[in-house]
Ligand binder design. Structure first.
Ligand code: HMG
Ligand code: MG
Length: 297
């Protein structure tokens, strides 16, 4: 059985994590969380979103968060943008990397960004144009790849269709989101086998929420399929505001412990990361949802 020698972790706690926590924390604390994650060795950290604060108030003032970070230190700080306005604001704030987010489910697309999948792709085309003109890398998400809170099962072909369109627009990576965490390992394998017939597996990232406790098993299955980019959230923070019942992302500490145990290099200091996880949970008044973190205490 072969696995990648090295895995890139995309830490999404400061965005996907904080966006769904009941308590909104200050810009100062968001900055200090991100700095502390970087100090633990993570070098891809999603820093926030340029979306409507009426929709997701926790992500307001992301420009101020970016202003508090050293954007020249060789760490990637992607930010979510849903449309041209978000892209313009991200650019003005100095972002070097953005992420667009589409869905494989029409209903989820409507609930999340108030437009159809096809309208969202038209909006993203404008984002890509501006990004390209400014040398900005674009990551892309596809949500609901293994199930939708409104439509249930999602046909893999729908995922492939959206992913291919995003690929054509020019993204450097496509993160497949199991938004509500209903996926299981063999379904994960089947989806990745289907998608890798159309898009190189090197461009695919996996993004599991752990609602049904399947995330680590799904990640193991994805590694077997050749995936080497994994999204995770410190202390298992978060969920999705437009996916009722979705629990946090798989905890970064759990993923990194598993990878290190498999001899796969991540460059992350697990003890430092665990401390960061405990600190942010203290500030949010929420329990740590990483088993590895609890075991290390
Ligand atoms: P809308 O209401 O359809 O848009 O929202 P609109 O163009 O009619 O604008 C409405 C208001 O928003 C206006 O302000 C606009 O100016 C403003 P008002 O006149 O009411 O004062 N507006 C903006 N403000 C700031 N930044 C912008 C922006 N654009 C318009 N970029 C919109 C459309 C996309 C803005 C809205 O639906 C929205 O912000 N949605 C938030 C979606 C979101 O952040 N969801 C969570 C992230 S996705 C996720 O978690 C899944 C993922 O983790 C993967 C997975 O797990 O599957 C990525
Ligand atoms: Mg997510």
């Amino acid at each position: 059985m072969s696995f990648p020698a090295q895995v890139k972790i995309v830490e999404v706690g400061p965005r996907d994590g904080l966006q769904n926590e009941a308590k909104t924390i200050s810009v100062k604390r968001r900055i200090s969380l991100i700095r502390s994650l970087a100090a633990s060795g993570l070098n891809n950290i999603e820093a926030g979103s340029f979306i409507s604060p009426k929709w997701v108030p926790q992500m307001a003032s992301t420009a101020e968060v970016l202003a508090g970070l050293d954007l020249d230190a060789g760490i990637h700080y992607p930010v979510l943008v849903p449309n041209l306005r978000g892209m313009q604001e991200a650019l003005a704030a100095g972002a070097r990397e953005v992420a667009v987010f589409a869905a494989a489910s029409e209903t989820f697309s409507q609930k999340n960004i108030n437009c159809s999948i096809s309208e969202s792709l038209d909006r993203f085309a404008e984002v890509f144009d501006l990004a390209t003109a400014n040398n900005i890398r674009v990551r892309a998400y596809v949500s609901c790849v293994l199930g939708c809170p409104y439509e249930g099962e999602i046909d893999a072909q729908k995922v492939v269709t959206v992913a291919k369109q995003l690929n054509k627009l020019g993204c450097y990576e496509i993160s497949l989101g199991d938004t509500i965490g209903t996926g299981t390992p063999l379904k994960t394998k089947a989806l990745l086998a289907t998608i890798s017939r159309e898009i190189s597996i090197e461009k695919i990232a996996v993004h599991f929420h752990d609602t049904y406790g399947q995330a680590l098993a799904n990640i193991f299955a994805a590694l077997q399929q050749g995936v080497s980019v994994i999204d995770s959230s410190v202390a298992g923070l978060g969920g999705c505001p437009y996916a009722t019942g979705a629990s946090g992302n798989v905890a970064s500490e759990d993923v990194i412990y598993m990878l290190h145990g498999m001899g796969i290099h991540t460059g992350v200091d697990l003890n430092k990361l665990a401390l960061t996880g405990r600190n942010i949970c203290d500030q949010l008044g929420t329990p740590v949802r990483s088993k590895v973190n609890l075991a290390l205490q």
